[in-house]
Design a protein around this ligand. Sequence first.
Ligand code: PSU
Ligand code: MN
Length: 304
Amino acid sequence: MKSYLSYTEEVRHALENNLPIVALETTIISHGMPYPQNIEMAKDVERIIRDNGAVPATIGLLDGKIKIGLTEAELERFATDKTVEKASRRDFPYLLASGRIGATTVAATMIAAQLAGVKVFATGGIGGVHREGEITWDVSADLTELAQTDVAVVCSGAKSILDIGRTLEYLETQGVPVVGYQCSEFPSFYSRESGFGVDFRLDTPEEVATLMDTKWKLGLRGGLVIANPVPEADALDHREIEGVIETALREAKEQGITGKQVTPFLLDRVKQLTAGKSLATNIALVKNNARVAAQIAVAYQQKQ
Ligand code: PSU
Ligand code: MN
């Protein structure tokens, strides 16, 4: 298994010396934002993690290797190459075996992080149960990954392109703790509200680290969702975004979009319909998640 992994010098050094590491996904770079904002975001997020005392490990599939940490040239490639494919758990072995370039989703990034021994991962939002999922059976593999892979995912909740209530029900069934980081309401990505509560509220990186440590020491496998709301100043109005999302959902239905195309289609339409306003919010929340994730990684490492 280890023969599939390939580390940058910085990440290898961190692993050998038990330094705190934060994993980052590449789908957000390749399919989540336009160029050049995506590459700027990717570099900024890595810098924020270093500034907060941890080592960033951006993860992607390239040349038959699971890359744990990317060079600047590789980051640039994930940001610009139009042939980059979306890699979730299902796609992971095919993309690796065929040597193609694959941008890892939350699920695939968790798989790679676990293989490398990285426990904390920062991103924007997780996938979930789609609206009308009871008819389409469209449930993101991110949720089943959270059920079985030992990584804490620091995110700003889930976008309301999803059925947030059913997403939380599914996570409960699968035994995934949903933690509100300094908040009591589950955030809905662009805004700090969703109308749903979190399971547990924790207010410091140390408390989160203790929860992770306790869960895994008990042998309770699986991840945790650490929901960190978008900073107040960058949040969008909940009702405004709801209208946009409904338009995007209607278009997806009309155009018969299915499978792995659903999420990228919806994200792209929301971006276009909000005329880029959502992009600034997206970037702000990812940076904030990187900062908190680094602090949690530092606190967790101190306990080991
Ligand atoms: N939600 C977002 N932004 C994203 C994604 C989801 O707000 O970039 C991406 C993540 O990589 C996530 C993936 O893991 O989409 C989920 O895709 P799917 O629903 O096909 O599992
Ligand atoms: Mn899906």
